[in-house]
Design a protein around this ligand. Structure first.
Ligand SMILES: [Zn+2]
Length: 278
């Protein structure tokens, strides 16, 4: 089996996790910038974090022969501080051309506030002006539906944004159609405690089809499972899905989205033998 982990916060994980992932068939891992579990006190903290995402972590993954890619942003949880947000946004152009940087993410909303919206729009502008892909985080629980609507509208309001180049993550049953119907990609996040179980994820695939959908584990410093994506293959097999269908959702779908980034293509197209493409 082969798969891509399109959303893992690997700076929070151990080398044992890297080993387990490659053993399970992981062919690439992508790491969005996110909340550290505490608020960073200044833009300098983000500068160091962006160095880690674009320099040190790819080297750590390379020890396991795993291509590592990253996304840059100030996460929505810290976007309430507009001055900090402006300082961090000003840093990103310095990093955006680094070879493992796919685009801007995970941006979005947390509590759907006015400041978060303003910072979201600035991130969208940054991605559009540099012609980069976008990865979106959607809020949790009662804020999810409204937040997803606000995010979709903000993206569609910017005419430079092609929905086919945006992945909206952490979708649930009530938000997936909102995202997919507008031409965006949808990410389903598999979590042991919150978000989505494997069974629920496969239910969603059965409901909404397999086009423009990927699965991810979003493993981080909390209770999370770096092997949640390959484990979902077992649930698909139980339901009678073919190996080809599993390969499509776990590998070919994320690859198709990510190949829109020339930086991903530069590293990754050499990874897959021609016979495996399709
Ligand atoms: Zn995340």
């Amino acid at each position: 089996m082969r798969y891509i982990e399109p959303h893992g916060h690997m700076v929070s994980r151990t080398t044992d996790d890297y080993l387990a992932m490659v053993t399970a068939g992981c062919r690439a891992v992508c790491e969005p910038a996110f909340w550290a579990g505490y608020d960073r006190k200044s833009a300098d903290g983000f500068y160091d974090y962006f160095c880690q995402l674009t320099d040190y972590e790819p080297k750590r993954a390379a020890k396991f022969a795993l291509p590592h890619f990253s996304w840059l942003c100030l996460n929505p949880k810290e976007a309430e501080d507009v001055k900090l947000a402006d300082d961090v946004l000003a840093l990103i152009p310095e990093f955006i051309d680094r070879p493992n940087v796919l685009g801007i993410g995970e941006i979005g909303l947390n509590k759907n506030t006015r400041n978060e919206m303003a910072v979201l729009e600035k991130h969208i502008d940054l991605a559009a002006s540099h012609e980069r892909l976008i990865l979106v985080h959607t809020p949790h629980l009662e804020d999810k539906l409204k937040g997803t609507r606000l995010i979709v509208d903000a993206l569609l309001n910017d005419k430079r944004i092609d929905p086919g180049r945006v992945i909206i993550d952490h979708v649930e049953e009530h938000t997936a159609p909102l995202v997919l119907d507008k031409g965006f990609w949808a990410g389903i996040t598999l979590y042991p405690e919150s978000k989505c179980t494997a069974a629920r994820a496969v239910d969603m695939l059965e409901m909404y089809g397999r086009e423009r959908i990927w699965l991810n584990c979003a493993c981080d410093w909390g209770v999370s499972d770096p092997l949640a994506v390959p484990k979902t293959a077992l649930e698909m097999r139980r339901r009678g899905d073919s190996e080809d269908a599993i390969d499509r959702v776990l590998y070919r779908n994320p690859r198709a989205f990510l190949l829109q980034s020339p930086r991903f293509a530069a590293v990754f197209s050499e990874d897959a033998a021609p016979a495996e493409r399709g």
